[in-house]
Design a protein around this ligand. Structure first.
Ligand code: SF4
Length: 401
């Protein structure tokens, strides 16, 4: 969803230590994706964050440690946001390094970092165990600080306008790999990485690389780890977590039954099957009507208003008649249960898909509002740093593949 720019002093605006799990490499150090294709599907090492509290205690016992060490380690990881054994002075000095090496192996290595919006947006490219690459984006707003996380390396859904879709699915992330994106961003936010100075990470959105419903188990473990109060988790309210989907109906229903009040974001992008079959190929399996019915069920089960995401693509899906059709589809299922977020597409370089003109976006939103649908036109954060999900990783693939 954006244009490329040179890597500007990557990873140097806010140096991180190896203990943060974020050693800075130059782009040239990154292994070529083509050479790591076989390795990149390798599973990551087991990590404390993959397990719930009981699981952590049991694992520590299996490793021959006192089970209460699990709570001490969890406190460092989730409350202090650190994986550095040096600062874990409540652990026996002779065991610290071994305990951390066994239970908090490094999962993410920082390959590149780009900043824009005057330091209010930071996009990070991470190398995973096995060599696959994922991204996360930290965005500061006046009233909140939001991290967009990836849940898969690549994505198998094949949406043609999406940089991640061009990669195909490389592999699922573990819960620990998702949670480590949050830990590192929360620590950096606390320590003043954003231009506004020290802040608190308040929101997490699963809108980076990958389809959350296609990696459901790890995503739910991660959601619980984000929401649980320390030391079980990071203590970010479930109401401030957004799980997106391109419309996997069984996943939406399963999430509705979890009893966790996260927000659901449905990437709709078209109100009619004819166009959506092309833009979001999974629509052939779960068509618009079925997806909107599931979204409404989610609202009924959780009381959380559903966000309808609509990437406005010039001359493809931005016609006013489509806004009217979308309004009618939503109204047919009731009022007040959905909020539409039209956002101009960040174009993938070389792609024929590009953003709608601002006046067309405004007209689209006006039509929706006239139909009584709550609508907020979103800005495209990171538009000069390849802000679209998957764009850095896709570019890395082109550069090094
Ligand atoms: S838009 Fe989302 S679901 Fe579609 S290919 Fe991209 S990451 Fe996957």
């Amino acid at each position: 969803m954006s244009l490329p720019s040179p890597f500007a002093d990557a990873a140097s605006h806010h140096p991180r230590t190896a203990a943060d799990g974020a050693a800075a490499l130059s782009v040239a150090d990154a292994p070529a994706l083509s050479t790591v294709a076989a390795m990149s599907r390798a599973r990551p090492p087991r990590h404390l964050a993959d397990l719930d509290e009981a699981g952590r205690a049991g694992w520590l016992a299996e490793l021959g440690h006192r089970p209460f060490r699990a709570r001490q380690l969890s406190h460092h990881y989730f409350a202090n946001l650190t994986a550095d054994p040096v600062v874990m002075t409540d652990l026996p000095a002779g065991q610290r390094a071994e305990l951390v090496a066994q239970t908090m192996p490094r999962l993410l290595t920082l390959v590149d970092e780009r900043r824009t919006d005057r330091g209010a947006t930071v996009k990070s490219l991470w190398r995973l165990a096995g060599g696959a690459a994922v991204e996360s984006v930290l965005m500061d707003y006046p009233d909140r600080t939001t991290l967009c996380v990836s849940c898969q390396a690549g994505c198998g859904m094949g949406c043609p306008f999406c940089a991640t879709g061009t990669l195909g699915l490389v592999r699922n992330l573990s819960a620990g790999e998702i949670l480590d994106q949050v830990r590192i961003a929360a620590a950096a936010t606390r320590d003043g990485t954003l231009a506004a100075g020290p802040r608190r990470l308040t929101n997490v959105v699963f809108m980076g690389m990958g389809e959350p419903m296609a990696n459901y188990r790890a995503v739910i473990v991660a959601v619980k780890g984000i929401a649980a109060p320390p030391p079980a988790g990071f203590g970010i309210s479930a109401r401030n977590i957004t799980v997106s989907t391109c419309g996997i109906v069984p996943g939406i229903d399963r999430l509705a039954g979890e009893g966790i009040p996260v927000r659901l974001a449905l990437s709709l992008h078209a109100p009619d099957d004819h166009l959506r079959d092309t833009l979001v190929p999974v629509n052939r399996r779960y068509p618009v009507g079925a997806v909107l019915d599931a979204a409404k069920r989610y609202y009924s089960a959780t009381g959380r208003r559903v966000s309808i995401e609509y990437a406005l693509i010039r001359d493809i899906n931005d016609q006013e008649w489509r806004a009217t059709a979308l309004g009618a589809e939503l109204r047919r299922r009731g009022t007040g249960w959905a909020h539409v977020n039209p956002i101009g597409l960040n174009p993938v370089p070389g792609s024929r898909w590009t953003a709608s003109r601002p006046d067309v976006a405004d007209a689209f939103a006006r039509r929706l509002r006239a139909a009584g649908i709550a609508t907020t036109v979103r800005d495209t954060r990171g538009a000069d740093i390849d802000g679209a999900c998957g764009q850095l990783a896709a570019e890395g693939s082109r550069d090094h593949g």
